[in-house]
Design a protein around this ligand. Structure first.
Ligand code: UD1
Ligand code: UDP
Length: 359
């Protein structure tokens, strides 16, 4: 039996190809949702749109400090793993859910498989970097999306036998859903937007939005862009960011704030954007896959493949540098090759664990 542990928006999206593969093969598996994300538009909307089976369990841990959240998840996951006794636990990415899920499994001597292993920003200010490094070192199966990620793991003395280069499941998710998005949703019309005549923005990194100067810099950068290009700047706002902007009492000028969107709507907005500004991990990858230029509002990235192929540039959070990054990317040709695989990552991940689960 396979246990799939997930808890946040990007995990639901990036695990969807693995869930679909389990369904397709009729495997014995279950989904354990930790409840780290719980608002409708951060959680249930993705199960509905992607037509995923409802999780068998939901721990409803909700929000809290890092230790509270991680601890609660570990306690809840452990109980269920002791009952269900799966052969392997799969986790995806770098959230508190991922570390807590893998750690609970490892302590029970249940095999853990880390989807999207080997990413490194080498920046310990990021809670995600701590989660990634620890999860990689306690997992038995490391599903590296690229050769770069594999080499990061090898440099940390992780056994090559446990590493599988699979591609990133985000490519599977984009390929599986882009056509559906085109047919099913008409978000551009609803927002009164024309293809390639708007910018799209997301930001939610703790080290950006919890720090007054950094979030202020981003907001000012967006204003500069709006003044320079005179086209809409669309910003589906993450609940963390919404909360901080209210607390800091900032006004946003020239920016259209909207609620977080479903994956199909967001994918359609991304595919048609002139350029995307983000501090999201998944969005850096998706824009690269979709051939849309990206400006990353960070000082580093654990997705260096996007910089190498030229789909992305690091701009930090200073207004002038953000504007400079946009101008630079708009002067380039969008003819890079997607480095994140062929959309068959889900299939490869399940192939790799078949001997373990024995079904
Ligand atoms: C988490 C992950 C981050 C990931 C992001 C994806 C960690 C340490 N962080 O960050 O790596 O990139 O998810 O979006 O695991 N909130 C709601 N509704 C929700 C969820 C959150 O209102 O459904 C609000 C709460 O005020 C909460 C805040 O957002 O305190 C932050 O939520 P949390 O899950 O702690 O971190 P994220 O910033 O979402
Ligand atoms: N996303 C979405 N709706 C939105 C914003 C993002 O569906 O309004 C999707 C996006 O397509 C990507 C994922 O959410 O697949 C990225 O999640 P997020 O930025 O929250 O987390 P990260 O990737 O940084 O961990």
């Amino acid at each position: 039996m396979i246990a799939i542990v997930l808890g946040t928006r990007p995990e639901i999206i990036k695990m969807s190809p693995v869930v679909r593969e389990c369904e397709k093969r009729g495997l014995d598996y279950f989904v354990l949702h930790t409840g780290q994300h719980y608002s409708y538009e951060m959680d249930r909307i993705f199960f509905e749109e992607l037509e995923l089976p409802r999780p068998k369990y939901n721990l409803d841990v909700g929000s809290g400090t890092h230790a509270e959240q991680t601890g609660k998840i570990m306690i809840g996951v452990e109980k269920i793993l002791m009952q269900e006794k799966p052969k392997i636990v799969l986790v995806q990415g770098d959230t508190n859910t991922v570390l807590a899920g893998a750690l609970a499994a490892a302590k029970l001597h249940i095999k853990a498989g880390h989807v999207e292993a080997g990413l490194r920003s080498y920046d310990k200010r990021m809670p995600e970097e701590i989660n990634r490094v620890l999860t990689d070192h306690i997992s038995d199966f490391l599903f590296a999306p690229t050769e770069v990620a594999k080499q990061n793991l090898i440099r940390e003395s992780i056994s090559e036998n446990s590493i599988f280069v699979t591609g990133n499941t985000i490519v599977d998710a984009v390929y599986q859903n882009l056509e559906i998005a085109k047919k099913k949703v008409s978000v551009l019309k609803e927002l009164n937007l024309k293809p390639k005549e708007y910018f799209l923005v997301t930001t939610h990194r703790q080290e950006n939005v919890d720090v007054r100067e950094r979030i202020k810099g981003i907001i000012r950068g967006l204003e500069l862009i709006h003044n320079e290009f005179a086209i809409p700047v669309i910003f589906p706002i993450h609940p963390r960011t919404q909360k901080r902007i209210e607390e800091f009492g900032f006004n946003l000028n020239g920016v259209t704030l909207i609620n977080p969107l479903g994956f199909l709507e967001f994918l359609q907005l991304e595919a048609n954007a002139k350029l995307v500004l983000t501090d999201s991990g998944g969005v850096q990858e998706e824009t690269c896959v979709l051939g849309v230029p990206c400006v990353t509002l960070r000082d580093n990235t654990e997705r260096p493949e996007t910089l190498e192929v030229g789909s992305n540039v690091l701009a930090g959070t200073k207004p002038e540098r953000i504007l400079g990054g946009v101008k630079l990317m708009l002067n380039k040709r969008n003819n890079w090759k997607n480095p994140f695989g062929d959309g068959k990552a889900g299939e490869r991940i399940i192939n790799a664990i078949m001997s373990e689960v024995g079904t």
